[in-house]
Design a protein around this ligand. Sequence first.
Ligand SMILES: NC(=O)c1ccc[n+]([C@@H]2O[C@H](COP(=O)([O-])OP(=O)(O)OC[C@H]3O[C@@H](n4cnc5c(N)ncnc54)[C@H](O)[C@@H]3O)[C@@H](O)[C@H]2O)c1
Ligand SMILES: O=CCCC(=O)O
Length: 463
Amino acid sequence: MKLKIKNPATGQLVQEVPINTEEEIQQKLKRGHESFNNWFKVNAHYRSKLLKKWSNKVQGAKEEIAKTITLESGKPIQESLNEVDYATSYIDWYAEEAKRIYGRTIPANSESKRVIVTRQPVGLVAAITPWNFPAAMMTRKAAPALAAGCTFIIKPAENTPLTTIKLVQLAHEAGIPEDVVQYVNGYGNEVGKLFTASTYVKKITFTGSTTVGKLLMKDSADTVKHISLELGGHAPLIISEDADIDFAVSQTIASKFRNAGQTCICVNRVLVHENIVDEFSEKLTKEVVKLKVGNGLEKDINIGPIINEKGFDKIIYQINDAMQKGAEVLCGNNYNANRDAGCFFIHPTVLKNVNENMAIMQEETFGPVIPLTTFKEIEEAVEIANSTPYGLAAYFFTNDYRTGAYFHENLDFGIVSWNDGAPSAAHTPFGGMKESGLGREGGIEGIESYLETKYLSIGGLKK
Ligand SMILES: NC(=O)c1ccc[n+]([C@@H]2O[C@H](COP(=O)([O-])OP(=O)(O)OC[C@H]3O[C@@H](n4cnc5c(N)ncnc54)[C@H](O)[C@@H]3O)[C@@H](O)[C@H]2O)c1
Ligand SMILES: O=CCCC(=O)O
């Protein structure tokens, strides 16, 4: 059995990839578990060197990897090149953090005792990643795991395994042992069950939908695994009356149309102060109509295809639902779909007069649509922003420090971005509150969940 990897922009077959049998997966899990005892004893400076070598190899193959990302995920080639840099920034960051896994001493409550706290890697980590950032979601998990001394096995999304296969191959070429970093290919529900049931796996790390994240959490309970979840979002972007409108327009576009809106922290709803909504929507629409839609391998394309039919149908449903309930289309709402070939393009769409009864204000869109709604008071904006089960990213634009402080403190989101449409970076803690996830990836926090705390109590010492 094979996975057929198709280019979502053309429907053409890119490559076939064998699906691993259950037996093969169990063997790999066993090898990952057994190699842990050697890998975690390798000194941190050496692990760091291997990670740096891996990063250099990935950068050396940057063009090839970027092309693979575009071929399997559809994202415009410039975005894929950026993703390779973003992916290596996580390896570079954790190559440094490997050397900074510190313990501590605690003053004992007896003269004959000493108390020492050390950190140790959790063991074999199993990762499941999505199709929208096939390189960065892999390295954001693999790099801290390997830096901490864990061994690592990954199942990439069924439609984008090629990038992962290449990254793992480069890790081996860099000198990271074959059993220390491995991949398997197969269907999410089947491999997920093997990962969660395995007693070799000590931690599950997942990026994807909230539905699957909840399932993995339930299935991990029987063996009480560590778990990190980066799940769905429904990011609000709030524009205050005093904001710099031109800047807010450019940042809204930067956030919303990254990967054709198929990014978990993409703006999903824009809340504009009622006194500036006409000026903002006019300026926004003028810029949005300039964006070019097409095959990401072609020059100057800004918006690639929607990943699949399911994603496409959901976006179209949300646009139609909003229009039926009174939304006005300022631009877009046209699309090309070739269902036989499996190619789906949606032109960037701006909707005005959107309200909270519309599906687009409640459900994640994962597509190039901007719904605009208005508010009068900042308290009302916060109430609307916090009104979904999601809590991944929120954006606001204001030049008033009091308004900024209010938004920062009251928005229930793991990432709060003030006058900034692009907050993601390897040195920062990325992750969500509420049903958007558990744990953080990136920054000093990103290695924590790959480590156990061990406390040593030494007694009977000379007073
Ligand atoms: N928070 C983040 O960083 C982040 C990043 C990317 C995507 N996402 C979210 O993911 C969604 C879209 O991505 P998607 O369609 O790839 O999501 P998905 O959850 O269906 O798939 C993600 C991964 O999970 C696997 N999977 C599917 N069913 C599974 C199961 N029953 N058990 C175990 N694994 C399973 C898939 O094979 C894939 O590898 C959006 O909701 C988006 O917000 C979140
Ligand atoms: O969509 C998931 C990840 C996006 C990001 O890291 O900015």
